[in-house]
Ligand binder design. Structure first.
Ligand SMILES: [Zn+2]
Length: 369
């Protein structure tokens, strides 16, 4: 119905007067999908590609489960190319696996890797679970874990005999107290981008992602509401003021930095990292720049999925004032990006100073003063 109407409108404009179809015998009525429509911008403005970060940086959000041997050597070479001083591998696991991961990665490159532990969720219903989980983490810290990572199944998919386990479930208080006691941070991923919780229709800016990855939809028949998950996460942070929490992916508030600022104001133990949300920054360069300057002590560099060639877009967004450039993943948002042109002092904090302050035990010799 809409297509017919649009065709009619084009036909009329072609006949009647100025516009792209003036002089054509017949309007072009090519049908295409969002996937096909990839206009090449004719805009000519200065471009500054940034394949290597201006300062050495700590990537606090990475996954390198069991990378070792030659694969690890290759990874370190690539890290050198892009100026990644330290990679935080969040997939350290627990127990024997954690110890092996530490050995394989830090054993060979002690200055280049940081390993975070994960929680063992087996036997959640046992009355002794909380103590056991706390003790396990103590052991993992002794074996070299420098932080704890909570994956997104926590709050969304994790269930016990009674049903869904909430993000602020008291059973895990012990674990978070252990983190506070040892001053290791908790990097926590709760929920998903708001758009994935909304109906998949023509108004949803995540429509393409939902089409390409149908399993990512978080419809209310199967999942708790986004707002409830966020509230649970914030209650958890407030409950453990002596523990430092890093909300992954800007806590999924990249689209509402005003609200995110209020949360940071309220909870001094909350930090944030921008893994997989660079497109949120690049679509609001003025607001994001002001936010980075105001909260320069609270923001960490994160990327999540490791693809060497995608880091340049992060550096370009942070370091340059470039206009109207593409990001790497169209399905994360159908729009162009603009650089934040951050001041050097802010860049240094985001690239490494904040991470060196928050994560214990990183060798500082590879970073400028
Ligand atoms: Zn991740």
């Amino acid at each position: 119905m809409h297509i017919v109407a649009l065709g009619l409108a084009l036909a009329l404009s072609a006949q009647q007067g100025p516009g792209p179809n003036r002089g054509r015998e017949k309007p072009m009525d090519v049908q295409m999908t969002i996937d096909d429509y990839n206009p090449k911008s004719l805009l000519v403005v200065p471009e500054h590609k940034v394949p290597r970060a201006k300062y050495p940086f700590v990537d606090v959000h990475n996954h390198q489960n069991r990378a070792s041997g030659a694969a690890l050597d290759k990874l370190v070479k690539e890290m050198d190319d892009i100026n990644m001083g330290v990679m935080v591998n969040l997939t350290g696991r627990y127990g024997k696996n954690l110890a092996e991961n530490v050995q394989a990665q830090k054993g060979k490159y002690p200055k280049r890797f940081v390993i975070f532990a994960n929680i063992n969720f087996e036997n959640l219903d046992d009355p002794g679970y909380a103590d056991k989980a706390g003790k396990q983490l103590e052991e993992d810290i002794r074996n070299g874990a420098q932080g704890l990572k909570i994956f997104k199944n926590f709050g969304m998919d994790l269930k016990d005999a009674k049903g869904r386990v909430t993000v602020d479930d008291p059973r895990f208080d012990k674990v978070f107290e252990v983190c506070g006691k040892h001053k290791i941070p908790v990097l926590i991923h709760t929920a998903e981008p708001l758009g994935l919780f909304l109906p998949m229709d023509g108004n949803n800016e995540r429509w393409l992602e939902l089409k390409l990855h149908p399993g990512r939809g978080r419809t209310p028949d199967k999942y708790p509401l986004w707002e409830n998950l966020m509230a649970e996460q914030h209650r958890l942070f407030a409950k453990h003021p002596k523990t430092t929490f890093i909300a992954a992916h800007f806590g999924w508030f990249g689209h509402d930095l005003g609200k995110l600022g209020q949360l940071l104001d309220k909870m001094p133990n909350m930090m944030i990292e921008f893994g997989a949300i660079v497109e949120e920054l690049g679509r609001q360069p003025r607001t994001a720049r002001a936010f980075f300057i105001k909260y320069q002590d609270r923001i960490l560099f994160g990327k999540d999925t490791y693809r060497k060639e995608e880091y340049g877009t992060y550096f370009r967004t942070l370091e340059t004032g470039d206009e109207y450039f593409d990001h790497d993943r169209k399905y994360h948002g159908i729009w162009k990006m603009y650089g934040l042109d951050l001041p050097d002092e802010v860049l240094r904090k985001v690239y490494y100073k904040n991470a060196l302050r928050i994560i214990p035990g990183i060798d500082k010799s590879g970073f400028p003063k």
